[in-house]
Design a binder for this molecule. Structure first.
Ligand code: UDP
Ligand code: MG
Length: 319
């Protein structure tokens, strides 16, 4: 590996209505990068902000040769913004981080150290979640990881978010994935490579408010599960077998009853319950089929994952 002074780290930073955070981020970046023994640049990805974030990014890119930005034509979501940033980052390693200073710059030096010393191709931050987040958010997050890991082919390490360093090889691997629905947490695990964790303290957001409410998080979780597991599709076969088995037993019992005691008419209530139960199950299973089919439909259209309206970036390493 080359000398640390020859290494370049590219920060990829998604920005969505963050006019209050961007100047604070820039201030912290300039201060931190002045101390770093390696070169660093920043690629901001403006994810369709409606405030003055873009104007700020234009300004900073004009002021500093190592600050770049690209700007989407509308809001495409954080996952896609990260992908776009990786498509345009030129460094030997890429660090993904939020603009709200919840991802401390001090941790980046540690990421780089682990990347170099332990020969890890991916180094992710594990937040000390006891600080800022509510108990409810922590609990739902834990349940998500448990459920996901029960079902998915590639388990996710709990507490690992998007704050991470990716070696160029990992970036190239991620860029080679053609899917449009980019559940990044799953993709990091899917591409493999030697991965190390580094704990960090996550402070509260420096300005503004989080753009992820529970409804968004629920849909995000659903996206993740549907794109990384086929278990929800398969479970219906097993349930079907189970229900058919009990129906068979019950049928046998009815025949037996009729033969021994003669024809018996009652049974209206059990009939209604059975029909409703099966109806409900069938609707659920059709709904789940729909989840997968809908995603297949969207993927099959082959639309690009994002549209860039404006950019000022370093020359991309590959097309
Ligand atoms: N973000 C984005 N697009 C979105 C929502 C968020 O690019 O649609 C960015 C946001 O500007 C920030 C990062 O993603 O840099 C994390 O967002 P936030 O702090 O709101 O999420 P949280 O920290 O609560 O998970
Ligand atoms: Mg945040």
């Amino acid at each position: 590996m080359n000398e640390l002074s020859d290494v370049k780290i590219s920060l990829v930073v998604p920005v969505f209505n963050e006019e209050a955070s961007v100047p604070l981020f820039m201030e912290a970046f300039l201060k931190a990068s002045a101390q770093w023994p390696f070169a660093a640049d920043v690629t901001f990805v403006n994810d369709g902000s409606s405030d003055s974030s873009l104007a700020l990014l234009r300004y900073y890119a004009g002021e500093h040769a190592n600050v770049h930005y690209l700007s989407f034509s509308r809001n495409f979501g954080k996952e896609v913004a990260l992908s776009a940033g990786m498509d345009h980052a030129v460094g030997d390693a890429v660090v993904l981080m939020d603009v709200d200073l919840q991802h401390p710059f001090e941790a980046i030096s540690q990421f780089v150290e682990v990347w170099r010393k332990d020969d890890a191709q991916m180094v992710y931050g594990v937040r000390n979640a006891d600080n800022e987040e509510t108990a409810m958010k922590r609990w739902t997050s834990r349940q998500f990881y448990r459920f996901f890991n029960m079902m998915a082919h590639t388990p996710l390490p709990e507490g690992g978010g998007d704050f991470r360093l990716l070696d160029r090889r990992v970036v190239d691997a991620l860029r080679s994935l053609p899917e449009r629905n980019r559940f990044m947490k799953g993709l990091y695990a899917w591409v493999g490579f030697k991965t190390c964790a580094v704990p960090y303290e996550q402070p509260a957001r420096v300005a503004g408010t989080s753009s992820f409410n529970y409804w968004k998080l629920w849909n995000f979780a659903l996206d993740g599960i549907v794109s990384f597991s086929t278990w929800p599709l398969r479970v219906w076969s097993y349930l079907g077998v189970l229900v058919a088995f009990f129906a068979f037993l019950y049928g046998g019992w009815v025949i037996f009853q009729t033969m021994v005691w003669g024809v018996s008419v009652p049974g209206y209530a059990s009939l209604a319950v059975g029909v409703m139960f099966l109806g409900g199950m069938q609707l659920i299973s059709i709904g789940i089929l729909g989840e997968y089919l809908g995603r297949l439909f969207i993927e099959s259209k082959g639309r690009p994952p994002y549209i860039v309206a404006e950019k000022q970036v370093a020359d991309a390493p590959t097309a």
